[in-house]
Design a protein around this ligand. Structure first.
Ligand code: SAH
Length: 269
């Protein structure tokens, strides 16, 4: 009924492995990008695992329908609550039966519906998910899902941003990609993660590589100087400047946070 993932033979129950359950009407979209490069290598190495659940398998009529016209009129179809809930219940109980839920990584996997109405996905949420046992993601299609299933199964809604995708699958892949690269052992040098945009509350400084001069544009001298301390200061300034200009919202939070840290340090003196 489920499991078209590359590691499906190993199935549930590998305690400690971060797991993504993905409920979708397009199972063939997975693993997609998640089967390639960093995430794909980590998937093959068993650092994380993927269970793809085809929602249509839970349809009961001969047309295998999963959606219907919305009450109250208006265009578009809505995903039926009974079919989707059956897929959710199956996934959650398969997790429980296999002892996945109370494995080395404590607690249940959060149940998330990818939706433009949701809380905005960000690096902090990616880290929160990476610290947990995994996630169960529901990908919507059509106009979305019947509101009652969100209520009845206490589903959390998460959005990728203020735009409308035609389905939750691309959003699910983005979320899993962002989380998987935070799992221990996925990114070769963990220092890379600490330096990245958002980790410090700032956007990242600019990068340069060879050639030293290209189309008349030179790599900033400081980066060729070998003065590590000064390079660090330069990068910090660049990061601050970029953030201030491009993202006043992030900049304000950063300034507030720095102020708090300073005040705390003064209190301790
Ligand atoms: N009628 C809905 C949009 C439905 S789009 C509305 O106006 O809010 C179809 C599906 O794409 C949704 O069910 C959701 O799963 C996914 N989707 C669309 N935009 C998204 C976004 N910004 N973030 C996450 N998922 C999104």
């Amino acid at each position: 009924m489920t499991a078209k993932s590359p590691d499906s033979s190993s199935g549930y129950g590998r305690g400690g492995t971060w797991r993504a359950n993905v409920l979708t009407l397009l199972p063939e979209a997975f693993p997609g990008l998640l089967g390639l490069s960093l995430a794909g290598k980590a998937l093959k190495n068993g650092i994380w695992s993927l269970e793809v659940v085809d929602i249509r398998e839970f349809a009961r009529d001969k047309h295998r329908s999963v959606d219907d016209a919305g009450f109250g009129g208006g265009p578009g179809m809505v995903m039926r609550p009974d079919i989707l809930a059956a897929a959710i219940d199956h996934t959650v109980s398969a997790d429980r039966d296999a002892g996945c839920v109370d494995s080395a990584r404590e607690g249940e996997r959060p149940l998330i519906y990818l939706s433009p109405r949701g809380a905005r996905f960000d690096q902090a949420m990616a880290q929160e998910l990476a610290d947990g046992p995994g996630v169960t993601l529901i990908c919507g299609r059509f106009e979305g899902v019947d509101e009652r299933v969100i209520q009845a199964r206490a589903v959390r809604e998460v959005s990728l941003g203020d735009f409308v995708l035609s389905g939750g699958e691309t959003a699910a892949q983005a979320v899993v990609d962002a989380v998987v690269r935070l799992l221990p052992g996925v990114v070769g040098d963990p220092a890379t993660l600490q330096e990245e945009s958002f980790e410090s509350g700032l956007l990242e400084y600019p990068h340069y590589t060879r050639p030293q001069e290209w189309e008349g544009l030179r790599v900033p001298d400081i980066l060729l100087s070998g003065h590590h301390k000064e390079i660090e200061v330069w990068r910090q300034r660049q990061a601050e400047e970029l953030t201030r200009i491009r993202r006043p919202d992030l900049w304000q939070s950063y300034v507030d946070a720095q102020r708090k840290i300073k005040a705390q340090a003064q209190d301790e003196d």
